[in-house]
Structure formats: structure tokens, C-alpha cells
Design a protein around this ligand. Structure first.
Ligand code: NDP
Length: 449
């Protein structure tokens, strides 16, 4: 593990002591703190005013019971979370995750990452995250609706367009946002569009929000390659996952002339050397909510499904981990490096383990951390809030161009900051430092709050 600056050791020790067992949060906090040595050396006032200590402690953490009735009339009980981490730059902003693995440590890691990501976008949004250990898999639409209504019946009192604005994440897409917005509107008797993002296009949603995280990740990759005088055109790309982020990352890769040869879900991965047929993936995963294994049985010409195993064993030029945290290990990184991969960009949040990130750095690969590469989703959510506030709606081409410019700005900010702090070409250092300093300066201005 790389050493922490001596002034940051007590900060990290406090994170571990105060949040026992929350290993994903420890990992996310350590990763940011490791980058901040040169910053605290230059600005000792950040230590004196406890900016780091305050940043690592959420402003507010909400945990609540979510009771609901399944289709057999049985009462089920889940746990709901919202961690309002930091509002120095704007209302708390970040998605809701519905997955059985969700507990406070996952929500805190995601909320913590969100602070720096949102700051990097340059837009006025603070950081937060939430969710539940509810598993939507195999549940009927009516069950998902009753769960979402119960979840919102508690959450509504904590959120608002100027307070906290949730969106989607794993297990939360357009269907769930619709059920939650409907319940919020009913309880509050207000058509407050700006309280949730990721809404449907006919009721306050923004063009490009569905595509934004995946498209944005690929725009970021385009910039990384351009900085080295290269293009995505003709490259072989592996994308893990087959949900919202993965599907639209794959779509943009294809639009820019790359070939996606493998995708996955939690059951395994498919390889299709002719290029993945995205219409089929969309039909299987988005319409039918079925398994990626079906791709190999439904597509006859040579696609194969590998049950389990690692998708990162498939040789590629570009790797886009777009499924979940810690899905790409040190051994996977070694395999990618051995096979000649040149770029890895995180579409998911923290999908690469610290060992993997270190291996990429040592091998001199271009590596983009999620808080930079996947920031297009939240940035377009902020554009959705902007359209809601002005009761306007923009067309697809204009909104996509805004997203492209935002991703280029984030890219340039990361590279410029890395250079300024003596780590040229290091996107991890650039993203962490640029994200941190904007939030820290606002916190200093506000005094001790
Ligand atoms: P979805 O629920 O739409 O898709 C998640 C995908 O990842 C599915 O293919 C799922 O497979 C797979 N997956 C989930 N858990 C695991 C696991 N434990 N092992 C292997 N595969 C898994 O989620 P999103 O696409 O929205 O989110 C993906 C990632 O991107 C997350 O890390 C999220 O935090 C991040 N992100 C999302 C944003 C957004 O706008 N949606 C914005 C920024 C980041 P299966 O179908 O089998 O469950």
C-alpha cells in the first residue's frame, strides 16, 4: 500500500475507528487520501481547520425501515439508507442503489466518491447516495411499485430540489424513478420535478440522461486517446456488465468505430468476435430483464457464453469495467496488461481494486478512475435539474454536445491538476486533487459548519 502523508494518517485512522467493518468506505477514503499528500503539504490550513476530518464524516445519515407486501400477501421488511455526505457545493446529489449487498458501508463509499465526482463536473451539486438491500430481481412490477412507494413514504421528508436530489444506480432505472416520483408527488401535493433525476422524457426527464454515464465514459476515453494522438476507431473493447452504464458505453464505442467483443452480467460473460449485437442485449436485459447467457443461445453465429470466469481474460485494447465495485482484481489487471490493453476507464464506481490500479500505473497504461470517467451521468442529472428549474427541455443533439464538452473539461482538469501537483499523466491524482480543492475551498469559506 502506498504511504499516506503523515498529517493524513490520523484522518484515515479516524475513518476506520468511526466506521468499523465498512471496508468499501475505508478503501474509497484511503484512495483519495493517498493522493492528497502534495495538497496538504502546500496548504497546511486544510489540516488546521480539519477540512479532511469534516469531509470524511457525512453531514447526515438516515436509516429507515421499508415494510411492503409481496404478491402472496406476505409482509417483507427491507432497510433503506440515505447518506447526505457533503453539501458545500450544492444540494446533496447521488443515486439510489437497490441490491441485496447494500449496507451502510457501500452507501458511504458511494456517497464519498460522489462528493469529488460532482465537484469535478464544475456544476453546483453536493454529494450523497442511498439505497436499500431490496433485490428487484424476480419481483413483479407490482411488487417493485409497492416497495418504491414504501421507500419514498419515508425518504420524502429528507429530500427536495434545494436539499437532496436522488437518481438511479444499480437496480434503479426509469421504472423505479417513476414509482418514486409518483409517490413523492402524491404525498407532497407538489409537482416538484427537480427532486429526482432520471425521470421519463414526458414528465420532466432530460434527453441523454439514460445514455449519459456510458456515453460520457467513452467521451472521456476518446480524450485520453487523443492526448496520445490515437483514436478509438478500429479498437477491440471489452465492457463488463450489461446494465445502464455498460449498454450505453458499448453503444458509443460502436458509434466511434470500436468493436465491443464481450459483455457480462453477474452470471458470466459472452464473447462475440463479430461485435456484440446491442439490440439483442437491450432486448434481453432492458426489455425482458433476463440473463446475458441467453445472448449465446439466441445469436447463432459463433457467440459463446462463459459461466463464471473472468471477462478480463478476453484480449482487448480498451477495458471498460461497468458493473460493480472491486470486479477487476490484481490478477485481472495482470491479464489485461499481458494481452496488450492500452486504456482502462471505470464506468462503474471503484470497479478496480487498489492492486489493479497500482499494476496499471506501474505498467504505464492509461487509467481513468470512475469519479472522472463516469461523471457524465451526474453531470447530465444536473442538466436535467437546470431544465426543470427553467421549465425548459433541450433536444438530444444539444444535450449530448453539452455532455461531450463537460467530459472534455473534466479530462483537461484532471491532466492539468496532475501536472501542477507533480504527477503528470496520473488521472487518479488529478481527479482526486481537483475534486477535493473545489470542495475544500467552499468549506473554508463557510467557517466551521
Ligand atoms: P444496472 O443495475 O443497470 O446494471 C448493473 C450491471 O452490473 C448488471 O449487468 C449486473 O448484472 C451487473 N452486476 C451488478 N452486481 C454485480 C456483481 N456483484 N457481479 C457482477 N456483475 C454485477 O446498474 P448501472 O449500470 O446503473 O450501474 C453500474 C455501475 O455504474 C455501478 O457501479 C454504479 O454505481 C455505476 N454508476 C452508475 C451511474 C448511472 O447513471 N446509472 C452513474 C455513475 C456510476 P445482473 O443483471 O446479473 O445483476
Amino acid at each position: 500500500m502506498p504511504a499516506l502523508h503523515e498529517k493524513l494518517i490520523p484522518v484515515f485512522d479516524d475513518v476506520v475507528r468511526r466506521n468499523p467493518g465498512e471496508i468499501e468506505f475505508h478503501q474509497a477514503a484511503r484512495e483519495v487520501l493517498e493522493s492528497l499528500g502534495p495538497v496538504v503539504a502546500k496548504h497546511p490550513d486544510y489540516i488546521d481547520s480539519q477540512i479532511l476530518g469534516r469531509l470524511c464524516e457525512p453531514e447526515r445519515q438516515i436509516i429507515f425501515r421499508v415494510p411492503w407486501t409481496d404478491d402472496n400477501g406476505r409482509v417483507q421488511v427491507n432497510r433503506g439508507f440515505r447518506v447526505e455526505f457533503n453539501s458545500a457545493l450544492g444540494p446533496f446529489k447521488g443515486g439510489l442503489r437497490f441490491h441485496p449487498s447494500v449496507y451502510l458501508g457501500i452507501v458511504k463509499f458511494l456517497g464519498f466518491e460522489q462528493i469529488f465526482k460532482n465537484s469535478l463536473t464544475g456544476l453546483p451539486i453536493g454529494g450523497g447516495k442511498g439505497g436499500s438491500d431490496f433485490d428487484p430481481k424476480g419481483r413483479s412490477d407490482a411488487e417493485v411499485m409497492r416497495f418504491c412507494q414504501s421507500f419514498m413514504t419515508e425518504l420524502y421528508r429528507h429530500i427536495g430540489e434545494y436539499t437532496d436530489v436522488p437518481a438511479g444506480d444499480i437496480g434503479v432505472g426509469g421504472r423505479e424513478i417513476g414509482f418514486m416520483f409518483g409517490q413523492y408527488k402524491r404525498i407532497t401535493n407538489r409537482y416538484e420535478s427537480g427532486v429526482l433525476t432520471g425521470k421519463g422524457l414526458t414528465w420532466g426527464g432530460s434527453q441523454v440522461r439514460t445514455e449519459a454515464t456510458g456515453y460520457g465514459t467513452v467521451f472521456f476515453v476518446e480524450q485520453m486517446l487523443a492526448a496520445k494522438g490515437r483514436k478509438l476507431d478500429g479498437m477491440r473493447v471489452v465492457v463488463s456488465g450489461s446494465g445502464n452504464v455498460a449498454i450505453f458505453a458499448a453503444e458509443k464505442v460502436a458509434q466511434l468505430g470500436g468493436t465491443v467483443i464481450a459483455m457480462s452480467d453477474s452470471g458470466g460473460y459472452v464473447v462475440d468476435e463479430n461485435g456484440i449485437d446491442l439490440n439483442l442485449v437491450k432486448d434481453i436485459k432492458l426489455n425482458r430483464r433476463a440473463r446475458i447467457a441467453d445472448y449465446a443461445t439466441e445469436r447463432v453465429d459463433g457467440a459463446r457464453f462463459i459461466d463464471g470466469g473472468s471477462i478480463w481474460d478476453v484480449p482487448c485494447d480498451v477495458a471498460l469495467p461497468c458493473a460493480t465495485q472491486n470486479e477487476l482484481t490484481g490478477a485481472d489487471a495482470a491479464s489485461l496488461i499481458r494481452n496488450g490493453c492500452v486504456v482502462v476507464a471505470e464506468g462503474a464506481n471503484m470497479p478496480c481494486t487498489p492492486e489493479a490500479v497500482r499494476a496499471f500505473e506501474e505498467a504505464g497504461l492509461l487509467f481513468a478512475p470512475g469519479k472522472a470517467a463516469n461523471a457524465g451521468g451526474v453531470a447530465t442529472s444536473a442538466l436535467e435539474m437546470q431544465q426543470n428549474a427553467s421549465r425548459d427541455s433541450w433536444n438530444f443533439a444539444y444535450t449530448e454536445e453539452r455532455l461531450r464538452i463537460i467530459m472534455k473539461d473534466i479530462h483537461d482538469r484532471c491532466l492539468g491538476t496532475a501536472e501542477e501537483y507533480g504527477a503528470p499523466g496520473n488521472y487518479v491524482a488529478g481527479a482526486n486533487i481537483a475534486g477535493f480543492t473545489r470542495v475544500a475551498d467552499a468549506m473554508v469559506a463557510f467557517g466551521v459548519v
